[in-house]
Design a protein around this ligand. Sequence first.
Ligand SMILES: Nc1ncnc2c1ncn2[C@@H]1O[C@H](COP(=O)(O)OS(=O)(=O)O)[C@@H](OP(=O)(O)O)[C@H]1O
Length: 484
Amino acid sequence: MAIHLRTLFWSLIIATAICIVFYGKERFFSTPSCPKANGKILMARDSIIHSAQSMPIESKGFLVETKTNAALKPEQSNKFKKSKYPRRRSYKSCSPIDQILFLKTHKTGGSTITNILNRYGDSNNLTFVLPKQKQLFTFMWPARFRLSYTAPLYNFGANIMCNHARFNKRPMNHLFPKKQSRYITILRDPAAQYESVFNFMHLANPLGFKDEDDPLGTFLKFPPPFQEIRPLMKKTLALHLVRNPMLFDLGLDFRYFQNVTAVERYLHFIENEFDLVMILEYFDESLLLLKRLLCWKMKDILYFKLNERQDKQKRKFMSSEVKEDIKSWNKADFMLYQHFNRTFWRKVRAEGPSFQRELKRFRRQNRALTRACLQQGDFLDEAYTGVYVKGFSLKKNVPEKKKLLCESMMKNEISYVTYFRERMKTRIVSTEEPDEYLDDPLNDWEVASDLEHDPILSGADSSGSGESLTMERPSSSEGEHTNP
Ligand SMILES: Nc1ncnc2c1ncn2[C@@H]1O[C@H](COP(=O)(O)OS(=O)(=O)O)[C@@H](OP(=O)(O)O)[C@H]1O
């Protein structure tokens, strides 16, 4: 018994000493439950030191999270300020950005991002820049963006633009001033993106390779010169994507496609213009960067993968030779992708270990929402007239409140543009004076008499003769004559 008591006594002394050394004298004495917290605190501190030394490692393109990082809870991490990562602004100190230009490149997952922006803007009552022509859902792509391609904003102020447009700095900066806006775009591995563009847009048809066994492969072996493709582009607009499609969307001219100095300079320019360049292959990481950049909540970036081709339309296998040929044909796009892949991971690393924890949480939430909303199976959605992509079907028992969210997550950009056009009309009607207000029968000041005009019709003679003057109301025709 005596031995037990002595052991207990020394254990307490040692625990107290450790507590004071690692936790600080003042905090120890002001923390009633120090012995209980002791273990956690030690672990948290070690984690911070450890994780600062071993940043997330890029392994085959993915970030690997160390065990020690995972053990660190967010609230504990705040107690230790010596992290090498800059402290992220807390939600309290940053306010959501609501001026966002998303440059929607082709076949890069842009429709999914557009859906996210559409939902955010809708639920926050933001104003969308919409294409002017009612039958159009792009800003006159492939022409470079111009202000005249946009529907009037009626002084509401532009908040979000997220439909296909070809980058053009000046008019875009006018609508979305650089200081208060965020410019974002997304890129995809150029081999996969080019295959998707070529097949989804049926480029082989106008180019005359439709009947080849391997239209894409053969085209890449014998691509016609620009001067032969140019007249075809006028008839088939999608042919503007025939070479370096991502840089075309980002505004680079064909004349620079084979000029390495010009491409490098343009990449530098894009880097200055865009606050975030996302990467489709790291879609979730991209969305998390977006969330942090815009100071959004996790719920704002939940998504379903939209606009995926049906399996039968995808190329099953792409040989390394075809990939190399795509790379050789689209050298400028490969430079673009490589460059922004590097800047992307730099951004991820700068976010520190909390990023990986949040990523796990985000993926969990997205999976849970997908399970709650969607039936399993193959369904189709009409992307545009006569063109079907993979779609979704809602589960029958989704609660009403969640149903609205699930439905909006399935909605493509055409439905949203149509919806926003209507919503804009309603906003204008409810904000503006009715046009024909003079025809309103109530617009007559004689309907009330409290403030009736009561002119002085008799008074002293202003000539000083002392005689009183009485003025008579002229008949209307006389009045007209007496007034000059
Ligand atoms: N979350 C996510 N993860 C991975 N891949 C995704 C995701 N969202 C969209 N996609 C793929 O992006 C392709 C569609 O891109 P876009 O929506 O930009 O196409 S479009 O230009 O608006 O027609 C299309 O690629 P393909 O199926 O190869 O054509 C989609 O499958």
